[in-house]
Design a protein around this ligand. Structure first.
Ligand code: UDP
Ligand code: MG
Length: 323
Protein backbone atom coordinates (compact mmCIF):
# COMPACT_ATOMS: atom_id res chain seq x y z
CA UNK A 1 0.00 0.00 0.00
CA UNK A 2 1.45 3.35 -1.01
CA UNK A 3 0.72 5.08 2.28
CA UNK A 4 2.53 2.40 4.21
CA UNK A 5 5.44 2.79 1.86
CA UNK A 6 5.32 6.56 2.32
CA UNK A 7 5.29 6.73 6.06
CA UNK A 8 5.96 3.21 7.26
CA UNK A 9 3.02 3.44 9.64
CA UNK A 10 0.83 0.36 9.91
CA UNK A 11 -1.88 1.68 12.18
CA UNK A 12 -3.21 5.19 12.76
CA UNK A 13 -5.58 5.60 15.68
CA UNK A 14 -7.81 8.64 15.30
CA UNK A 15 -9.23 9.98 18.58
CA UNK A 16 -11.64 12.93 18.50
CA UNK A 17 -11.56 14.84 21.77
CA UNK A 18 -13.72 17.63 23.04
CA UNK A 19 -13.07 18.81 26.60
CA UNK A 20 -11.72 15.43 27.68
CA UNK A 21 -9.19 16.66 30.27
CA UNK A 22 -10.61 14.37 32.96
CA UNK A 23 -10.52 11.23 30.84
CA UNK A 24 -7.31 11.86 28.92
CA UNK A 25 -4.68 10.45 31.29
CA UNK A 26 -6.62 7.26 31.97
CA UNK A 27 -7.22 6.89 28.25
CA UNK A 28 -3.54 7.36 27.36
CA UNK A 29 -2.54 4.91 30.12
CA UNK A 30 -4.62 2.18 28.47
CA UNK A 31 -4.10 3.09 24.83
CA UNK A 32 -0.34 3.26 24.93
CA UNK A 33 0.41 -0.24 26.27
CA UNK A 34 -2.21 -1.68 23.92
CA UNK A 35 -0.49 -0.12 20.91
CA UNK A 36 3.09 -0.65 22.07
CA UNK A 37 2.21 -4.31 22.54
CA UNK A 38 1.26 -4.70 18.88
CA UNK A 39 4.88 -4.32 17.85
CA UNK A 40 3.90 -2.41 14.72
CA UNK A 41 4.73 1.14 13.69
CA UNK A 42 1.75 3.25 14.74
CA UNK A 43 0.61 6.82 15.27
CA UNK A 44 -2.13 8.24 17.46
CA UNK A 45 -3.89 11.15 15.78
CA UNK A 46 -5.52 13.06 18.63
CA UNK A 47 -7.96 15.52 17.10
CA UNK A 48 -8.66 18.28 19.58
CA UNK A 49 -12.07 19.52 18.53
CA UNK A 50 -11.76 23.06 19.86
CA UNK A 51 -11.63 22.10 23.52
CA UNK A 52 -11.95 24.97 25.97
CA UNK A 53 -10.35 23.05 28.85
CA UNK A 54 -6.83 21.70 29.33
CA UNK A 55 -7.10 18.93 26.71
CA UNK A 56 -4.59 20.48 24.22
CA UNK A 57 -2.09 21.29 27.00
CA UNK A 58 -2.30 17.76 28.34
CA UNK A 59 -1.78 16.38 24.84
CA UNK A 60 1.34 18.50 24.44
CA UNK A 61 2.58 17.19 27.79
CA UNK A 62 1.93 13.59 26.76
CA UNK A 63 3.79 14.13 23.50
CA UNK A 64 6.98 14.88 25.41
CA UNK A 65 7.63 11.18 26.02
CA UNK A 66 5.28 9.60 23.49
CA UNK A 67 6.65 10.35 20.03
CA UNK A 68 3.88 8.43 18.26
CA UNK A 69 1.30 10.84 19.59
CA UNK A 70 0.33 13.44 17.05
CA UNK A 71 -1.91 16.41 17.80
CA UNK A 72 -4.25 17.87 15.22
CA UNK A 73 -5.90 20.87 16.80
CA UNK A 74 -9.01 22.33 15.21
CA UNK A 75 -9.57 26.04 15.46
CA UNK A 76 -12.97 25.67 17.08
CA UNK A 77 -15.50 23.00 17.98
CA UNK A 78 -16.65 21.51 14.68
CA UNK A 79 -18.49 18.46 16.03
CA UNK A 80 -17.63 14.80 16.49
CA UNK A 81 -18.12 13.72 12.86
CA UNK A 82 -16.12 16.69 11.53
CA UNK A 83 -13.32 15.88 13.98
CA UNK A 84 -13.34 12.32 12.64
CA UNK A 85 -13.11 13.74 9.11
CA UNK A 86 -10.06 15.82 10.08
CA UNK A 87 -8.41 12.74 11.58
CA UNK A 88 -9.18 10.47 8.63
CA UNK A 89 -7.95 13.12 6.17
CA UNK A 90 -4.64 13.38 7.95
CA UNK A 91 -3.93 9.87 9.19
CA UNK A 92 -1.05 8.21 7.34
CA UNK A 93 -1.38 4.58 8.36
CA UNK A 94 -2.09 1.59 6.15
CA UNK A 95 -5.00 0.97 8.52
CA UNK A 96 -6.89 3.68 10.35
CA UNK A 97 -8.92 3.03 13.47
CA UNK A 98 -11.25 5.48 15.19
CA UNK A 99 -11.98 5.34 18.90
CA UNK A 100 -13.60 7.58 21.53
CA UNK A 101 -11.44 9.22 24.16
CA UNK A 102 -13.65 8.29 27.12
CA UNK A 103 -12.69 4.59 27.32
CA UNK A 104 -16.18 3.46 26.38
CA UNK A 105 -14.46 1.62 23.55
CA UNK A 106 -11.67 -0.66 24.83
CA UNK A 107 -8.29 0.13 23.18
CA UNK A 108 -7.22 -3.49 23.77
CA UNK A 109 -9.56 -4.53 20.94
CA UNK A 110 -7.56 -2.59 18.33
CA UNK A 111 -5.06 -5.41 17.97
CA UNK A 112 -7.85 -7.92 17.42
CA UNK A 113 -9.37 -5.66 14.76
CA UNK A 114 -6.07 -5.31 12.93
CA UNK A 115 -5.42 -9.03 13.07
CA UNK A 116 -8.88 -9.87 11.73
CA UNK A 117 -8.58 -7.33 8.90
CA UNK A 118 -5.25 -8.76 7.82
CA UNK A 119 -6.13 -12.42 8.22
CA UNK A 120 -9.40 -12.23 6.28
CA UNK A 121 -8.38 -9.41 3.93
CA UNK A 122 -11.14 -7.14 5.22
CA UNK A 123 -11.38 -3.40 4.58
CA UNK A 124 -13.67 -2.65 7.50
CA UNK A 125 -13.86 -4.12 10.98
CA UNK A 126 -16.70 -2.79 13.11
CA UNK A 127 -16.66 -2.68 16.84
CA UNK A 128 -20.10 -3.96 17.75
CA UNK A 129 -21.48 -3.29 21.23
CA UNK A 130 -22.50 -6.51 22.82
CA UNK A 131 -23.87 -5.07 25.99
CA UNK A 132 -24.96 -1.50 26.51
CA UNK A 133 -26.13 -1.90 30.06
CA UNK A 134 -23.71 0.85 31.08
CA UNK A 135 -25.66 3.34 28.94
CA UNK A 136 -28.82 4.96 30.28
CA UNK A 137 -32.20 3.43 29.42
CA UNK A 138 -33.02 6.50 27.38
CA UNK A 139 -29.83 6.21 25.34
CA UNK A 140 -30.39 2.48 24.75
CA UNK A 141 -33.95 2.93 23.56
CA UNK A 142 -33.25 5.88 21.28
CA UNK A 143 -30.21 4.03 19.91
CA UNK A 144 -32.36 0.93 19.28
CA UNK A 145 -34.92 2.97 17.34
CA UNK A 146 -32.14 4.74 15.43
CA UNK A 147 -30.44 1.55 14.22
CA UNK A 148 -33.79 -0.04 13.36
CA UNK A 149 -34.71 2.93 11.16
CA UNK A 150 -31.27 3.23 9.57
CA UNK A 151 -31.19 -0.43 8.59
CA UNK A 152 -34.43 0.18 6.74
CA UNK A 153 -33.29 3.40 5.07
CA UNK A 154 -29.68 2.60 4.21
CA UNK A 155 -29.79 -1.17 4.01
CA UNK A 156 -29.14 -4.29 6.01
CA UNK A 157 -25.38 -3.88 5.68
CA UNK A 158 -25.59 -1.29 8.49
CA UNK A 159 -24.55 -3.25 11.57
CA UNK A 160 -26.86 -2.64 14.51
CA UNK A 161 -25.10 -1.21 17.55
CA UNK A 162 -21.89 -0.24 15.74
CA UNK A 163 -20.85 3.30 16.61
CA UNK A 164 -17.65 5.04 15.66
CA UNK A 165 -15.25 2.41 16.97
CA UNK A 166 -13.92 0.71 13.86
CA UNK A 167 -10.91 -0.08 11.72
CA UNK A 168 -10.62 0.93 8.06
CA UNK A 169 -8.10 -0.06 5.41
CA UNK A 170 -6.30 2.63 3.46
CA UNK A 171 -8.53 1.84 0.48
CA UNK A 172 -11.69 2.42 2.51
CA UNK A 173 -10.28 5.66 3.93
CA UNK A 174 -9.49 6.93 0.45
CA UNK A 175 -13.00 6.01 -0.70
CA UNK A 176 -14.45 8.01 2.21
CA UNK A 177 -12.23 10.98 1.44
CA UNK A 178 -13.58 11.09 -2.10
CA UNK A 179 -17.13 11.66 -0.88
CA UNK A 180 -17.93 15.35 -1.37
CA UNK A 181 -20.53 15.79 1.35
CA UNK A 182 -19.98 17.81 4.50
CA UNK A 183 -22.61 16.42 6.87
CA UNK A 184 -21.06 13.06 7.44
CA UNK A 185 -22.50 10.29 9.50
CA UNK A 186 -19.71 7.76 9.35
CA UNK A 187 -21.63 4.91 10.94
CA UNK A 188 -23.85 4.94 7.83
CA UNK A 189 -21.40 6.06 5.16
CA UNK A 190 -18.89 3.34 5.99
CA UNK A 191 -21.29 0.38 5.51
CA UNK A 192 -22.75 2.15 2.49
CA UNK A 193 -19.33 1.92 0.76
CA UNK A 194 -19.85 -1.82 0.50
CA UNK A 195 -16.35 -3.07 1.31
CA UNK A 196 -15.82 -6.55 2.76
CA UNK A 197 -16.28 -6.20 6.48
CA UNK A 198 -16.12 -8.07 9.76
CA UNK A 199 -17.00 -7.49 13.39
CA UNK A 200 -15.31 -7.52 16.73
CA UNK A 201 -17.67 -7.66 19.70
CA UNK A 202 -17.06 -5.67 22.83
CA UNK A 203 -18.78 -4.59 25.98
CA UNK A 204 -19.56 -0.90 26.14
CA UNK A 205 -18.06 0.42 29.34
CA UNK A 206 -18.97 3.46 31.40
CA UNK A 207 -17.49 6.78 30.42
CA UNK A 208 -14.34 6.91 32.56
CA UNK A 209 -14.64 10.59 33.53
CA UNK A 210 -16.30 13.80 32.43
CA UNK A 211 -19.71 14.11 30.81
CA UNK A 212 -21.22 13.01 27.52
CA UNK A 213 -20.65 15.49 24.72
CA UNK A 214 -23.83 14.22 23.05
CA UNK A 215 -26.78 15.90 24.76
CA UNK A 216 -30.26 15.24 23.39
CA UNK A 217 -30.08 18.16 20.92
CA UNK A 218 -26.94 16.75 19.28
CA UNK A 219 -28.42 13.26 19.19
CA UNK A 220 -31.47 14.67 17.38
CA UNK A 221 -29.18 16.49 14.92
CA UNK A 222 -27.30 13.28 14.19
CA UNK A 223 -30.61 11.50 13.59
CA UNK A 224 -31.87 14.20 11.21
CA UNK A 225 -28.54 14.24 9.34
CA UNK A 226 -28.69 10.45 9.12
CA UNK A 227 -32.14 10.42 7.59
CA UNK A 228 -31.75 13.36 5.20
CA UNK A 229 -28.31 12.14 4.16
CA UNK A 230 -29.57 8.80 2.98
CA UNK A 231 -33.18 9.00 2.03
CA UNK A 232 -35.76 11.19 0.36
CA UNK A 233 -38.48 8.99 1.88
CA UNK A 234 -39.71 11.75 4.26
CA UNK A 235 -40.46 13.90 1.22
CA UNK A 236 -42.57 11.08 -0.17
CA UNK A 237 -44.31 10.84 3.19
CA UNK A 238 -45.09 14.55 2.80
CA UNK A 239 -46.64 13.84 -0.60
CA UNK A 240 -48.71 11.05 0.90
CA UNK A 241 -49.84 13.23 3.76
CA UNK A 242 -50.86 15.83 1.21
CA UNK A 243 -52.78 13.22 -0.79
CA UNK A 244 -54.58 11.87 2.26
CA UNK A 245 -55.59 15.32 3.42
CA UNK A 246 -56.75 16.17 -0.11
CA UNK A 247 -59.07 13.17 -0.19
CA UNK A 248 -60.28 14.00 3.33
CA UNK A 249 -60.99 17.54 2.20
CA UNK A 250 -62.99 16.32 -0.81
CA UNK A 251 -65.13 14.17 1.48
CA UNK A 252 -65.64 17.09 3.82
CA UNK A 253 -66.69 19.31 0.90
CA UNK A 254 -69.33 16.76 -0.12
CA UNK A 255 -70.41 16.47 3.50
CA UNK A 256 -70.69 20.22 4.09
CA UNK A 257 -72.55 20.77 0.83
CA UNK A 258 -75.12 18.14 1.73
CA UNK A 259 -75.51 19.61 5.21
CA UNK A 260 -75.98 23.02 3.59
CA UNK A 261 -78.57 21.70 1.15
CA UNK A 262 -80.40 20.03 4.00
CA UNK A 263 -80.56 23.45 5.65
CA UNK A 264 -78.61 22.56 8.79
CA UNK A 265 -75.57 24.82 8.53
CA UNK A 266 -75.13 26.15 12.04
CA UNK A 267 -73.63 23.09 13.79
CA UNK A 268 -70.32 22.02 12.39
CA UNK A 269 -68.08 24.47 14.18
CA UNK A 270 -66.10 21.63 15.70
CA UNK A 271 -65.43 19.86 12.41
CA UNK A 272 -64.46 23.16 10.82
CA UNK A 273 -62.05 23.95 13.60
CA UNK A 274 -60.53 20.48 13.62
CA UNK A 275 -60.23 20.54 9.85
CA UNK A 276 -58.38 23.86 9.82
CA UNK A 277 -56.02 22.70 12.55
CA UNK A 278 -55.37 19.42 10.76
CA UNK A 279 -54.56 21.02 7.43
CA UNK A 280 -52.40 23.62 9.16
CA UNK A 281 -50.42 20.95 10.98
CA UNK A 282 -49.92 18.86 7.85
CA UNK A 283 -48.70 21.91 5.96
CA UNK A 284 -46.26 22.92 8.67
CA UNK A 285 -44.84 19.41 8.90
CA UNK A 286 -44.35 19.28 5.14
CA UNK A 287 -42.75 22.72 5.00
CA UNK A 288 -40.43 21.71 7.84
CA UNK A 289 -39.45 18.54 5.98
CA UNK A 290 -38.74 20.52 2.83
CA UNK A 291 -36.75 22.95 4.94
CA UNK A 292 -34.45 20.15 6.18
CA UNK A 293 -33.59 19.15 2.63
CA UNK A 294 -33.27 22.75 1.40
CA UNK A 295 -30.96 23.40 4.36
CA UNK A 296 -28.83 20.45 3.30
CA UNK A 297 -28.66 21.75 -0.26
CA UNK A 298 -27.77 25.18 1.10
CA UNK A 299 -24.79 23.98 3.12
CA UNK A 300 -23.72 21.70 0.27
CA UNK A 301 -23.73 24.62 -2.17
CA UNK A 302 -21.74 26.81 0.22
CA UNK A 303 -19.01 24.17 0.12
CA UNK A 304 -17.46 25.36 3.34
CA UNK A 305 -14.87 23.02 4.80
CA UNK A 306 -16.14 20.82 7.61
CA UNK A 307 -13.21 21.80 9.85
CA UNK A 308 -10.23 24.11 10.17
CA UNK A 309 -6.89 22.89 11.40
CA UNK A 310 -5.00 25.31 13.64
CA UNK A 311 -2.07 23.02 14.29
CA UNK A 312 -0.78 19.61 13.26
CA UNK A 313 2.34 18.50 15.07
CA UNK A 314 3.27 16.28 12.12
CA UNK A 315 3.26 19.34 9.84
CA UNK A 316 5.64 21.10 12.14
CA UNK A 317 7.92 18.10 12.24
CA UNK A 318 7.89 17.89 8.44
CA UNK A 319 8.25 21.65 8.00
CA UNK A 320 4.84 21.91 6.35
CA UNK A 321 2.46 24.73 7.13
CA UNK A 322 -1.29 25.26 6.94
CA UNK A 323 -4.04 22.99 5.73
N1 UDP B 1 -16.47 14.66 20.61
C1 UDP B 1 -15.84 15.57 19.77
N2 UDP B 1 -16.50 16.72 19.42
C2 UDP B 1 -17.76 17.01 19.88
C3 UDP B 1 -18.40 16.05 20.71
C4 UDP B 1 -17.73 14.88 21.04
O1 UDP B 1 -14.72 15.36 19.35
O2 UDP B 1 -18.28 18.06 19.53
C5 UDP B 1 -15.75 13.42 20.99
C6 UDP B 1 -15.67 13.14 22.48
O3 UDP B 1 -14.58 13.81 23.07
C7 UDP B 1 -15.53 11.63 22.52
C8 UDP B 1 -16.32 11.18 21.31
O4 UDP B 1 -16.45 12.34 20.46
O5 UDP B 1 -14.18 11.22 22.36
C9 UDP B 1 -17.69 10.64 21.68
O6 UDP B 1 -18.39 11.57 22.48
P1 UDP B 1 -19.13 11.16 23.82
O7 UDP B 1 -18.37 10.08 24.51
O8 UDP B 1 -19.40 12.39 24.62
O9 UDP B 1 -20.50 10.59 23.24
P2 UDP B 1 -21.36 9.38 23.84
O10 UDP B 1 -20.42 8.24 24.06
O11 UDP B 1 -21.95 9.89 25.11
O12 UDP B 1 -22.37 9.11 22.77
MG1 MG C 1 -18.76 8.29 25.13
Amino acid sequence: MDSEARTGITLSVVVPMFNEQDALRAFADRLRPALDGLDEPYEVVAVDDGSTDKTPDLLHDLRADWPQLRLVRLRRNCGHQAALTAGLDRADGAYVATIDADLQDPPEKLGEMLELARRDGLDIVYGVREDRSSDSGFKRHTAGAYYWLMRRLVGRQVPAQAGDFRLLSREAVEALKELPEQHRVYRLLVPWLGFPSGEVRYVREQRVAGETKYPVGRMARLAVDSVTGFSAAPLRVATWLGAVSFVTCLLLVVFSLSVYLAGMTVPGWTSLFVGVLFIGAVQLICVGLLGEYVGRIYTAVQRRPAYYVAEDTADRAAGRTGR
